[in-house]
Design a protein around this ligand. Structure first.
Ligand code: IVH
Length: 666
């Protein structure tokens, strides 16, 4: 018996330490399986000795039976709110009042993130968690102790031993952005209602009547201060937070001690910029007087302390009305539902459109023209419709349907299997896709035609002056000059810019063709493999898959592109217009393989193909993917097939791997 109780205590201590490593310092020292074994052993021993089970045992974090509702819990010290500042002026008013109140010029401040979560007060007596309460009205909160016990970043027993006999730790319950995404993805899969944002999810989870549900939610706790304590924790806020961290809490590592308005504003701007890269959401900065005795000297109003202020970031979410849902045709033919909105300012920017991504999304969120919606604009991300406020839906609001025909060219709209997007099948018959193809051809990574922007392209297409990239080379200054707001000077500049693209690289040209799935990197790999355009255009899907990183889907897309007579015509017309790509200078002109074009085939035993290719290139050779008259050497490994036959037919010299190794060692 005493053996067991000693083991139980040891296990609890060990598990608590691992919890801190895992949930607080993000630094686990044992595997999950090892952790589970410790937990199982503890559960087993406790089931043999129910009299030894305490509410602070880690086994009690799993949650208990549902409560009817929450009991009220009066705060030993009120949980006040914070006054808000929205501008630099508001902040300097705050500083002025602090300085006047304290009658001193030099005051030390701390700045820290304002966490966007649910505030919570944790009460520890003799180092043990005894209760946890939400803020409520600030005087009385809800007793959420059972739920809070399930939150792993909250120690049930404080670490170390230098804590006051009674201490209240206050802070914010949050859900990390990454955890939130996972949570919503899971809910989507299960067909459950999605949470609008991490704060709502955190609030809903803490206030669950069934703590077993809370236990499954990825809640984290981040302290920002303290409440009633039997003795003061420290003489400054910064030291207080450092001590709280020693007791096993994850405090924010963004806190800074600062001295003047310039420092505070610099901190604000820096964090406002980095806000979207933090692991959790924040909605502003809190500035606090650092010294606790000065805080006390300033005191509080009935609502908020005079020694602290919240400098809020512009809101990221606003409500507005959906005027209509438009099917917008993208440059690849993908049709995206876009909500046209009653304009509203979000995060300091007027937003009048928000993406709805695809038809499934419209259905899932059930967005209808006329609906009042919450939209969200986080950083540079495209504004999104978060949810519909169903209570405000007009009676006549009808569900939206994807049109059956393309709004730009009237071609049929189809949805491929396994794809979430609908597409216009019009291809280059569709002006939207024509504009897309041209804009891609002119883009920086492709031909980089300065001055040929989307607006100009749209006008050129609209006036019928340009249909394919090849037509660009037939444009004249006088044709361009008739375009709206196009002076002769800028027209000449554009024509010159187009002229300059006649000398380019093959990789840029291939990328510029806008073949589905072929980005800049793939284009380069295609060039490295095939060496010239003719070989690439002649390659079948199997051959294409020999190229690095090219799988069946990419190969199919490339082969399909070059099969289209229309595409071949456009390519020929571009080349006829004078577009060419000088062969790059060989990097090396010495070595056993100097000036030799080599093809590798079959299975190599001694080295990977990639390594063989690199070794040959280092010695001046060029490795390409297919055999032609121009090939100097074929290296045939085991089980070589069609390439070997072709080489023999074309009288190309063939060597085996053994000979290759000899040449490489020369
Ligand atoms: S200090 C006396 N610091 O914001 C009140 N609060 O709008 C002292 N909050 O109720 C609060 N991050 O729930 C403080 N770093 C932070 C905070 C923070 C978030 C919450 C807190 C408070 C609310 C006021």
């Amino acid at each position: 018996m005493s053996d067991h109780s000693a083991r139980i205590l040891a296990l609890r201590k060990e598990i608590n330490q691992h919890n801190t490593h895992y949930y607080v310092t993000d630094n686990p020292v044992i595997t999950d399986a090892e952790y589970d074994r410790l937990m199982l052993e503890l559960q087993h021993l406790e089931s043999m000795h129910p009299e030894l089970v305490t509410p602070t045992s880690p086994t009690q974090r799993v949650g208990g039976s549902p409560a009817k509702n929450f009991a009220e819990l009066k705060h030993a010290q009120p949980m006040l709110s914070l006054a808000n500042a929205f501008s630099e002026e508001d902040v300097s008013d705050f500083i002025r009042k602090v300085i006047d109140g304290l009658q001193t010029e030099f005051v030390e401040f701390v700045a820290e993130p304002k966490l966007d979560g649910i505030s919570l007060s944790l009460r520890y007596e003799q180092g043990e968690l005894v209760s946890a309460a939400t803020r409520g009205d600030g005087i009385t909160g809800e007793d959420v102790t059972t739920n809070v016990r399930t939150i792993k970043s909250i120690p049930l027993i404080l670490m170390g031993d230098h804590w006051p006999e009674i201490v209240e730790i206050r802070g914010e319950i949050v859900i990390r952005v990454a955890d939130f995404k996972q949570l919503n993805q899971h809910r989507l899969k299960e067909g459950e209602k999605l949470f609008a944002n991490p704060r709502n999810a955190a609030a809903g989870s803490v206030r669950q009547l069934d703590s077993r549900i809370t236990a499954q939610r990825p809640l984290s706790f981040i302290p920002w201060g303290s409440g009633a304590c039997s003795v003061a924790i420290a003489s400054t806020h910064a030291d207080e937070m450092a001590r709280i961290a020693q007791w096993g809490f994850a405090v924010s590592d963004e806190m800074k001690v600062l001295h003047d308005i310039a420092g505070l504003m610099h901190y604000y701007k820096d964090l406002a910029q980095r806000r979207h890269r933090l692991p959790y959401e924040i909605d502003g900065i809190v500035y606090k007087v650092n010294y606790v005795n000065l805080q006390q000297a300033l005191g509080s109003t009935s609502k908020a302390p005079r020694w602290a202020i919240a400098h809020k970031f512009p809101a990221q979410e606003e409500s507005t009305v959906v005027l209509e849902i438009e099917a917008s045709v993208g440059r690849t033919g993908a049709i995206t539902p876009v909500a046209n909105l009653q304009p509203v300012t979000v995060g300091g920017v007027v937003v009048s459109r928000a993406t709805l991504h695809n038809q499934d999304e419209v259905e899932r969120k059930d967005v209808r023209p006329g609906d009042t919606v919450i939209i969200r604009r986080a950083g540079d991300v495209i504004p999104e419709v978060v949810l519909v406020i169903k209570d405000k839906r007009p009676e006549e609001a009808q569900p939206w349907r994807m049109p059956e025909r393309c709004p730009r060219c009237n071609s049929l709209v189809e949805r491929l299997e396994n794809e979430s997007a609908h597409r216009c099948i019009g291809g280059l018959y569709c002006d939207a896709q024509r504009e897309g193809a041209l804009s891609h051809y002119a883009s920086r990574g492709a031909m980089n035609i300065e001055g040929l922007g989307d607006k100009l392209i749209a006008q050129l297409v609209d006036k019928g002056l340009v249909r394919t990239p090849a037509d660009l080379y037939q444009l004249s200054v006088s044709q361009l000059s008739v375009i709206e707001r196009m002076g002769e000077k800028s027209a000449t500049n554009v024509i010159n810019a187009i002229e300059q693209t006649k000398t380019t690289s093959l990789a840029r040209f291939i990328y510029g063709l806008g073949i589905g799935q072929v980005g800049e990197v793939t284009a380069k790999q295609l060039v490295a493999h095939f060496g010239d355009l003719a070989s690439l255009m002649a390659a079948d899907e199997m051959t294409l898959q020999e190229v690095r990183d090219v799988g069946p889907i990419v190969a199919k897309s490339i082969a399909h592109f070059f099969e289209q007579p229309h595409n071949r015509e456009v390519i020929q017309a571009i080349i006829d217009a004078g577009v060419h790509w000088p062969k790059p200078e060989r990097v090396r002109s010495e070595g056993v393989f100097a000036h030799k074009t080599v093809v590798l085939t079959g299975k190599l035993e001694e080295m990977t193909r990639r390594a063989a290719q690199e070794a040959i290139e280092e010695r001046g050779g060029r490795v390409i993917g297919s055999v032609s008259e121009k090939t100097d050497l074929l290296v045939a490994g085991a089980a070589a097939g069609s390439k070997l036959l072709r080489a023999q037919k074309l009288n190309v010299k063939v060597i085996d791997e053994h000979t290759l190794m000899q040449m490489l060692s020369e």
